[in-house]
Design a protein around this ligand. Sequence first.
Ligand SMILES: [Zn+2]
Length: 332
Amino acid sequence: MVAGNTARLYALFEKRSVEFVTKKRKSPLVPSFMERVLYGTEDFEAATEKDLQNWRRIAQYMQAAKPTELRNTAVMSGPVNAAEFVKRIRKNQDQDVLLENLDGTRSVQALAMSTMPASFIEQFPSAYFPYADAVVVNNRSPGLLMHELGHAVDLTKRDNESNLRRYLRWQLKPLLWQELSAWRKARKAYQAGYAASPEIDDERSRKEYLDNMRSYNRRKYPAFGSYLGGIGGLGLGAVGGGIAAGILTDGALVPHGGLIGGLGGGAFGAIGGALAGKLWAKLRENANKRKAEKQLDAFRKHPQMSAIREHLLKLREEEQRNSEKQKSKKKG
Ligand SMILES: [Zn+2]
């Protein structure tokens, strides 16, 4: 039937929302000592229904600003079945370049994921899985959710981008740069989407925005600190280790001294950097709040606001349609 076919064809091109796959936690997260020091224990509790509603809004704002980038992205939390990952790893198969096809990158990923029990997946640290286009956040931090979705915005194949270009971007973009991009792109997408929303001047919603930005900054600065401290520590540690080794061996510099010193220095630098980042976030809390308000005002004047608002309303219409469909399914 032609009508049916047209409808099916249309459905293929229809905008899809970020999908949420969440399961009730069975085991608690056990944060490390450093995590407890940096973020407190509250962040490591399971996400509540209220948290998840906030997460959905965050994803929706971000997607309104970046509709094609987050089209296929999924957010997973809790003891999710590995099949959910495998399904998604298969879905984007047509994006692979010859090399990935030849060495079976995607098959290996699927195989590796399939071995992971749900009890292990619910202990995963926050991450983005580019081949599955899936974000995992097992704690309740909205700032981390934003960051991981920022990785998706940064890495997913762009419209009109060739597979090869996408592949080279994944391979050649240095990890540190990927991290910085994820933080920056997450913030921009979230703020642009929220600035375009009808609820921007609503008091409760504004408080949610500021709370989310606070969580973002609380996570971002220690992360930045650990990247910078890690690099600085690595360098200083290498010099120090080299010198110490040199002294110990009476002048004949042992290269391993530099290496061991570098690694140790890197680790200590990362910890020190993270702690400095925490302190910095705390000191900057009020300044960051003002900055978050200012950035929002700047986005409101952005020429793309009406288009982003249109995307947002479309996503909400779709959400409404889906929840009605589910309701009638339950009744039937
Ligand atoms: Zn990251």
